[in-house]
Design a protein around this ligand. Structure first.
Ligand SMILES: [Zn+2]
Length: 164
């Protein structure tokens, strides 16, 4: 739930599918251009955290961690998600109550810039190592069977003394 809370803000980016599919039509749906970052808000973070709190067994722990992970997403967007056209996708943090706060950072790097590539490689390696070490990975969210096969493949390829 904490992991899902971290990606939840980008639900507002799903409009990219109809936008790409209709971009050459007579009536293009610009849902990504219009709505991306509309859910990158304090209000939506509270809804997501409240949902996590209600659904989790360890209610307050998961609720607070969901709130934190949601905000880590916003922080990362501010750091390195500048569009190829230079647009910064400012975060309307207090929307819909106020549009006065638009969070952005002048030093923001591009979404496809080298820091994101390096961070992605480091985090993937860390994720693989943790899966190898602990015996489970984020794949577990989708399929326990696929997760077991992934961990088994890792441990077969890199035999050693892991945790379990
Ligand atoms: Zn985002």
């Amino acid at each position: 739930m904490v992991t899902l809370a971290c990606v939840a803000p980008d639900v507002d980016g799903l409009g990219i599918v109809p936008e790409l599919l209709t971009r050459n039509s007579a009536h293009p749906l610009n849902w990504f251009s219009l709505y991306h970052h509309r859910l990158h808000t304090l209000a939506f973070s509270l809804i997501v955290a409240a949902l996590a709190l209600v659904l989790a067994k360890q209610k307050w722990k998961v609720g607070w961690l969901a709130l934190l992970s949601f905000h880590i997403h916003l922080f990362e967007d501010m750091l390195g998600s500048r569009g190829p056209d230079g647009y910064q996708w400012p975060i309307p943090y207090l929307s819909p109550v106020s549009s006065g706060v638009q969070l952005s950072w002048h030093g923001q790097w591009g979404l496809n810039a080298w820091p994101n590539v390096v961070i992605t490689i480091v985090l993937l390696l860390l994720t693989f190592w943790l899966a190898w070490w602990r015996g489970f990975s984020p794949l577990e969210i989708i399929s326990v069977k696929a997760d077991s096969a992934f961990v088994a493949a890792l441990r077969h390829r890199f035999p050693g003394s892991q945790q379990a």
